[in-house]
Design a protein. Sequence first.
Length: 463
Amino acid sequence: MSRSAHPAGPRHADVWPEGHYSAPPADLNALDPKVWAQTVTRTDAGEVSVGGIGVAALAEEFGTPAYFVDETDFRARARAWRTAFGNDADVFYAGKAFLSRAIVRWLHEEGLNLDVCSGGELTTALSAGMPADRIAFHGNNKSTDEITQAIESGVGRIVLDSFQEIVRVAHIAQSLGKRQRVQIRVTVGVEAHTHEFIATAHEDQKFGIALADGQAAEAVRRALTLDGLELIGIHSHIGSQIFDMAGFEVAARRVVALLAAVRDEHGVELPEIDLGGGLGIAYTSDDDPREPHEIAKALGEIVTRECEAAKLRTPRISVEPGRAIVGPTAFTLYEVGTIKPLEGLRTYVSVDGGMSDNIRTALYDAEYSVALVSRTSDAEPMLVRVVGKHCESGDIVVKDAFLPSDLAPGDLIAVPATGAYCRSMASNYNHALRPPVVAVRDGEARVIVRRETEEDLLRLDVG
Ligand SMILES: *Cc1c(COP(=O)(O)O)cnc(C)c1O
């Protein structure tokens, strides 16, 4: 979301240069619980802690940059989704947001299912004991090997993404002597981003099969005739970081219309509909995400209403939140390096990581917050841009934010809400060593993904 479009209009425009911020927060030492993980607090001494452990001790033991996941918060969020959707619906955590074996175990224990979209993610999930029938396999270009691996391991569903794949999956299943449960991913003509959505007839993107021009109906027709497939439902995923439920409403209405058409043509009522993920989280204090129970209620009502109108039995609903579960549960801890004030503009604060551990700012113009966490400060706010150490001027972690003006090299700063799409999109640019992920809970911290080493780099480089 761009705060330059904030309904309150640009404030302090006469004082501060143009940017994406609104105004300095009243208290730079405050930690907004909306953007920080549940157990993050500031101790009396002014240091920030998570799971009862101070950031200085964490930096000392695990180094910086590093991601710290609040396990208590992760489990609470997973459970909140599970509880909100109850027994008549399924919650699939979207593994691409962040996946590791510890995460898979937490999900398993909390009763969630799992979406994967590659052989690597599937292997990770299976190796951590996620039952295959609770895994859904996604992707717009699954390889023959991946399809074979998925069917052989017995995944609960494969989400078919193209006409070619319908035939391919059917063929591989049949040659393995199996009948694979599948859904068909349709594009419903809804483009949803943050606070807006656009409903169109066509979507110009690579995923799914269009509802438009009867294409999805044709896909259903073909899938129903193939012995290797058991068609269990229709899948739709409309976007990411969405706050407005109206996009889901349009999507659900269009999917239910397809279910009704399928019933009319084939006499079959498909038993499931998957409405995808994409629910937004607070990256800054300006974002107001919905709670899982509100989302469950809204989606349930929409689907029930549409099905009643179409005289269909209400199908079993599934959802696929990734960001909304893991995003808010982690922060990235950095050490401040070079500080460069640019007169009349802003101060550039360089940290020991950057676009290699958080590509989202460069890739999507994403907004983040940042705080000084190793101590408090009463100094005046200064407008900063937090940048990394990579050879790229677009190497920005936080585009515009305020930090105390006495910030100094060696201070620790943290960027909250980096649990989703940061470690999972991390790169080795400039031969950076990808940071570890450390889980913290009840006074204990343990590495769940270790830091890369130079040896790791050299092992891949066979010379
Ligand atoms: C990316 C994706 C998700 C998860 O999206 P979030 O924004 O992380 O909730 C769910 N389903 C599908 C099919 C996806 O591609």
